[in-house]
Design a protein around this ligand. Structure first.
Ligand SMILES: [Zn+2]
Length: 360
């Protein structure tokens, strides 16, 4: 008892009002203040460390082959807009090294992260265009490290993983995009189809079965499924030709070797008959009226009926989003990275020597 009394006396001397309720409130307020101040200090410390790590990270990409002599140029904030526009123009012209140098210069000199973020996105996209996929991946991961909800970085990171054939990682970028309100259904189908087509654990017949099931779902691109079916199993491919979608596989059909044709199915469909009449595989009857509703095919048939046998089809491929044209087919537009955007453009041309190559 005496001991307890002594202790109490001692506490009274040190903290005269420790049993006062107001004193407890004061202690709580003090504790809150301490926590707030320490978390603020920790936060600033973390920010500073992130900034340093970003600089260290970007130093890895500084190459000595810089084509623009900007390293020594004194920086002025008013230069940010014109230089970033210039970098953008260089990127679009395919002058990637110059675009990269300008972006690195701007990132080094801009301190505000929100302005720097836009340049980092540009840099990542330039690396992606230039084919430096691992560098592009690092840049987008760095952006996401600082700003998890960055849609641009997530979207482009998905493209990088797709080009690296890392489809599971690409699919992982869709969940946060979906949470951020983006429509990801078609992108998911596109990536799942990529994964299925390159899956080494499945044999041909398993792939054919899975592909046939996807034909009923419009999110999976018909052209890609049919191209794979023509490679894997000819009878499945022919059985699954949908008359309304023939135009989207016209080039694949046109370049098929004669030995791969199914004449029962071709002769049962007017459009298919017209295509192979135009190709010269089926004999042309002067009196027959065959129409395909594909202008170039009907033109060739008319020309052949008129005695001109030296006509052929040429194919180019357009993107219905950016309207660019390419000489070879694509699954993702090489210019704007749109999916399901390919448009087959066929034109009548003079027949050259038979090359006999197939698209498959
Ligand atoms: Zn495009």
């Amino acid at each position: 008892m005496l001991e307890l009394y002594k202790k109490r006396k001692l506490l009274d001397n040190i903290l005269p009002a420790y049993d006062d309720p107001l004193f407890s409130i004061l202690i709580i307020v003090l504790l809150i203040l301490i926590v707030a101040v320490s978390s603020y200090i920790m936060g600033s410390f973390k920010e500073e460390r992130k900034d340093k790590s970003l600089k260290r990270f970007l130093n890895r990409f500084n190459t000595k082959e810089c084509l623009l002599e900007i390293e020594e140029m004194p920086f002025d904030p008013t230069l940010t807009k014109p230089l970033s526009l210039l970098a953008f123009a260089f990127k679009n012209q395919g002058e990637y090294q110059k675009a990269i140098s300008l972006n690195l210069y701007l990132i080094e000199n801009i301190s505000d992260f929100h302005k720097k973020k836009e340049i980092l996105e540009q840099l990542g996209q330039t690396y992606l265009k230039a084919g430096f996929l691992k560098r592009a991946e690092s840049i987008f991961l760095q952006i996401l490290h600082k700003q998890v909800r960055n849609k641009e970085a997530l979207y482009h990171l998905g493209i990088v993983y797709e080009l690296l054939h890392e489809y599971d990682k690409a699919l992982e970028t869709l969940q946060p995009l979906k949470i951020l309100g983006e429509k990801t259904e078609n992108l998911k189908a596109h990536l799942e189809l990529n994964r299925l087509l390159t899956d080494k654990k499945l044999n041909s017949s398993q792939k054919v079965e899975e592909l046939k099931q996807l034909l009923v779902d419009d999110r999976y691109e018909y052209r890609r499924i049919m191209k794979a079916l023509f490679q894997l199993n000819l009878s499945s491919a022919w059985e699954n030709i949908q008359p309304s979608k023939i135009h989207s596989i016209l080039d694949i059909l046109w370049f098929l070797p004669t030995s791969n044709l199914n004449f029962d199915i071709i002769s049962a469909d007017e459009t298919l008959s017209a295509i192979f009449l135009a190709k010269g595989v089926l004999p042309l009857d002067q009196n027959s009226i065959v129409k395909s509703d594909i202008f170039a095919i009907d033109t060739i048939i008319s020309a052949k009926k008129g005695g001109n046998q030296k006509v052929d089809l040429n194919f180019t491929y357009g993107c219905n989003k950016c309207k660019q044209h390419f000489p070879i087919a694509f699954t993702r537009c090489p210019q704007c990275y749109a999916i399901d955007a390919i448009q087959i453009k066929e034109t009548v041309a003079k027949k050259r020597k038979q090359t006999g190559y197939s698209l498959l």
